[in-house]
Ligand binder design. Structure first.
Ligand code: DP6
Length: 326
């Protein structure tokens, strides 16, 4: 059994240089959360005719999009071995799945670690992160704890995610305001392809991304909260400007999202070190300087439309926790 945690991008990945190889067009920088977890068990079994996949207690139809992506990821690992057996995969998230909380990132990171161990593959982290990236690019970042970077690339051979700093380097706190339960309307993969094809802002987004990643990396290394806040909010809002100018428009925000952003502005004006980021869904992630998470959580819990808040510190890398069928 392997566990992995979702990660939240501060400088965002939105766009592919190569859609088939799933190589990002822009660099991204993320933090890995410790309070949300995916647990995945993989057993290769000669009695199975096809991969059998169970997610959160529900069997996935083999023809479903999720099953297709999981099987493709297993195939990428199987081809590195002589083993051609089918697998039984059981995976469970202790947080909402497919709701803009990066469940595909933790899901594929845990899958790669569990399946590689079950196949007795000694994968380097670099190779594991390339395989995770091909499945879902943000998953490459969840192989690492703390702070990670996923560079832009051109080919499948380009380096996948890299470790920037461990969680202990700067114990930021994260409060997630749940602004809607349930799955998002348009998934990231489809959304970013549509953005590249139709948003007039997409070229400018790609052009500025390297500078944002550089500024973010330096702010992390120097533990410079105001700079991190400024570059992260700007990256998030630019990504949402691209989303909103995509045709058909990707409108992920709801009224509670907006109310939460306004509350975060008030907290900032009151001197609390906090900033926001959002992904392909209405949830708002409030990133807090060490020690500020408790005040931010109680402020966001009372925002109209916020159903609950989740609080987290920064987490560790994807890892094997027992090797019964890995
Ligand atoms: C908005 O990694 O889910 O969360 O590679 O197509 O699977 P695919 O996309 P995915 O995209 C994540 C997009 C984002 C921003 C981010 O996490 O950087």
């Amino acid at each position: 059994m392997a566990i992995a945690h979702p990660n939240i991008a501060l400088v965002k990945y939105w766009g592919k240089a190569d859609a088939t190889l799933n190589v990002p067009a822009v660099p991204s920088v993320s933090i890995t959360l410790d309070a949300l977890t995916t647990e995945t068990r993989v057993c290769f079994d000669a009695s199975l005719a096809t991969d059998s996949l169970c997610m959160n207690g529900i069997e996935l139809a083999p023809t479903s999009e999720q099953a297709r992506r999981i099987t493709a990821c297993l195939d990428a690992l199987r081809t590195l071995t002589e083993i051609r057996l089918q697998a039984r995969v059981e995976t469970r998230n202790d947080f909402p799945t497919g709701a803009g909380l990066a469940s595909s990132a933790s899901g594929f990171a845990a899958l790669v670690v569990a399946a590689a161990a079950a196949l007795k593959l000694e994968l380097s982290l670099a190779d594991a992160s390339k395989i995770a990236r091909a499945a879902s690019a943000s998953a490459a970042r969840s192989l690492f704890g703390g702070f990670a970077e996923l560079p832009a690339g051109r080919s499948g051979e380009d380096v996948a995610a890299i470790d920037l700093a461990p969680a202990e380097h700067w114990p930021l706190e994260v409060v997630v305001a749940i602004c809607a339960e349930g799955p998002k309307a348009v998934g990231s993969t489809r959304g970013m392809l549509d953005s590249a094809a139709t948003s007039p802002f997409y070229p400018a987004w790609v052009e500025a991304a390297a500078a944002d990643a550089t500024a973010c990396r330096s702010a992390i290394i120097e533990r410079d909260f105001p700079t991190l806040a400024s570059v992260s909010e700007a990256s998030c809002l630019k990504m949402h400007a691209v989303m909103q100018t995509t045709r058909p428009a990707l409108l992920y925000w709801n009224a509670a999202t907006m109310a939460t952003l306004q509350r975060i502005r008030e907290l900032q004006q009151a001197g609390i070190e906090v900033f926001f980021t959002m992904d392909a869904g209405p949830q708002v992630k409030a990133i807090c300087a060490p020690g500020c998470g408790r005040d931010v959580a109680s402020a966001l819990a009372s925002v109209a439309g916020v159903s609950r808040v989740l609080s987290s510190g920064l987490g560790g890398p994807a890892r094997l926790i027992d090797s019964s069928c890995a």
